[in-house]
Ligand binder design. Sequence first.
Ligand code: BTN
Length: 233
Amino acid sequence: MIGTEILKFDLIESTNDYLKEHLEMLSDGTVCYSLEQTKGRGRRDNIWSSPKGNLYFSFLKKQKIDRNNVFKETIKVSVAIIELLKEFNLKPQIKYPNDILVNQKKIAGVLIETSGTEVIDSIIIGVGLNVNQDNFGELQAKATSMKLVNGQNYLIEEILEQFIKIYNDLSDSNSTYKMYKDHSMIIGRDIVYCEENYRITKIFLNGDILIKNKNKEIIIRENFLDFQSIYND
Ligand code: BTN
């Protein structure tokens, strides 16, 4: 269960960093959000630009979890965002592993960070959701927001509250995994791997991907995927 404790900031460096730095004193399920971030971080060392108007939050799960099960967290948070956006009549898709797109443009991103050596003992899940931003500058062709699609402003707090409810109601069951797969753009895409053509046919529960051609089937891990060639971006 997340959200029994919710910390609000007007301005912070990064909500993920805040949870990481205060890990010891915070309880399982703490949510931290900020109206703005000065050092918002994305995956692969990208900067997550975080002006006022969007939702920036992270939550802490203080639980022992096997490394092979971390992808289940990706599945759960992605599906919760999908469900949330559907409640606002949007038609979101998942760009594997955890970018959320609407009309082929990115509307939300997820940054998952773990701590612990052999066994993971805590996990921080950060979400950036574009809510009221209507100008993305040079990224205008690649990014969108709830406002740009629906033409109205939203209250950040209400969106966060709704997310927490959806997330807490989601089970870890097969139906969540199915929903993840059903909304994944990657399945059916063609990919060149080691100079051969393949089609991506499956995402496993641990995040591995199955690719096939008429001669071969190969399982590959996320780190070894060439995302640029899959998504042409
Ligand atoms: C990505 O798509 O690259 C992931 C973006 C994650 C951004 C969120 S905003 C809240 C939390 N704090 C951060 O510094 N990053 C995440």
